[in-house]
Design a protein around this ligand. Structure first.
Ligand SMILES: Nc1ncnc2c1ncn2[C@@H]1O[C@H](COP(=O)(O)OP(=O)(O)OP(=O)(O)O)[C@@H](O)[C@H]1O
Ligand SMILES: [Mg+2]
Length: 309
């Protein structure tokens, strides 16, 4: 089982309107509500691909209830710790020209709620082959929240893939995450190294290794991936550029990587599967879903090149 940590999940609400004019009353033509947040996307892609996954995090309020009900109806396994605060909603108002997105601030956890979550997490980690940790931290949790969870996962004998940025990432590096998966912009802002060339990306990966990450995968959108691993340095290039919505491609990448690690595949095969699932996410407009045909096709055709040490 893959355990997907989602500390700051969201209920994603989409309002379709004919034309959004600020300062007026606008009739909504249709409303869509779906479970969102990066860890939810990871679990959702794994579930779609037939890989057992459980998503875990804190959830509260009516948005939290809608979130877990949405996961239930999709058949996605979850174990959320109840909190008094309300899970955040993101509201996208979409008209013919544009999308306007309103992001709620999200809940603040109490110490007791954080402790209850970590206790539940430590239990679940024993059953997990791989743990993924994705996205921002909610209020009220310690700055080194991911580091503490990495410690608990390692105590349970489980490997961790970490996808976050800013101070949440810097703090977590002290606790030796097994794989850090970030994009080139996050790698640049974390290390201060320019990542607009292949050399720069690998230099940033080297710096992240020096800061504590065991293995590092830096995604570069349609340019592919740079990986600094215990098996060597690799560059992968997508089998082709897919047109569509790249939001959530990174989460599908993390899902494919976790599935491949759990299946015992080596790094070239991990990068082929992860890149294929990521490309297949671009083909589908909503985050958390992938096109299975693109995934199968790209997994055989994605090029992974080993670079000299
Ligand atoms: N247009 C595309 N065609 C094919 N593959 C793509 C395309 N865009 C992205 N990918 C694949 O998806 C991977 C992840 O993309 P990206 O670097 O944009 O992730 P990200 O910024 O973490 O995404 P997010 O955080 O929105 O989920 C890339 O390394 C690449 O393999
Ligand atoms: Mg990302």
């Amino acid at each position: 089982m893959i355990l997907a940590v989602c500390l700051n999940p969201a209920l994603d609400v989409t309002y379709a309107v004919t034309a959004l004019r600020p300062g007026t009353s606008v009739r909504v033509r249709s409303v869509q509500r779906r479970a969102g947040g990066k860890g939810v996307n990871v679990a959702s892609v794994l579930h779609q691909q037939g890989v057992a996954a459980i998503v875990t995090g804190p959830a509260g309020g009516s948005a939290g209830t809608d979130l877990t009900a949405g996961l239930d109806s999709a058949g996605i396994g979850h174990r959320f710790t109840p909190i008094a605060g309300a899970t955040r909603q993101t509201v996208a108002v979409v008209d013919a020209d544009d999308a306007t997105v309103l992001l709620e601030p999200g809940p603040v956890l109490t110490n007791a709620e954080w402790t209850a979550f970590t206790t539940s997490f430590a239990d679940l980690a024993h059953e997990a082959d791989v743990v993924t940790m994705s996205g921002s931290l909610p209020g009220g949790v310690p700055g080194d929240a991911y580091g503490r969870l990495i410690g608990l996962a390692h105590a349970a004998g489980t490997r961790v893939i970490l996808d976050c940025d800013g101070s949440a990432l810097i703090e977590a590096l002290h606790d030796a995450p097994d794989v850090v998966k970030i994009n080139e912009h996050e790698a640049a802002s974390t290390t201060g190294i320019e990542t607009d060339s292949a050399e720069g990306v690998f230099a940033a990966a080297e710096e992240l290794h020096a800061l504590g990450a065991k293995e590092i995968v830096i995604t570069r959108g349609a340019h592919g991936v740079a990986a600094r691993t215990g098996q060597g340095r690799f560059a992968s290039t997508p089998a082709g550029t897919v047109d569509g919505n790249p939001t959530g491609a990174g989460d599908a990448f993390t899902a494919g990587l976790a599935a491949a690690m759990a299946a015992g595949l080596d790094w070239p095969a991990r990068l082929r599967r992860a890149s294929a699932w990521a490309a297949a996410a671009v083909a589908i407009p909503t985050a958390g879903a992938i096109d299975p045909g693109v995934a199968t096709d790209h997994e055989t055709r994605t090029i992974v090149q080993e670079l000299p040490a």
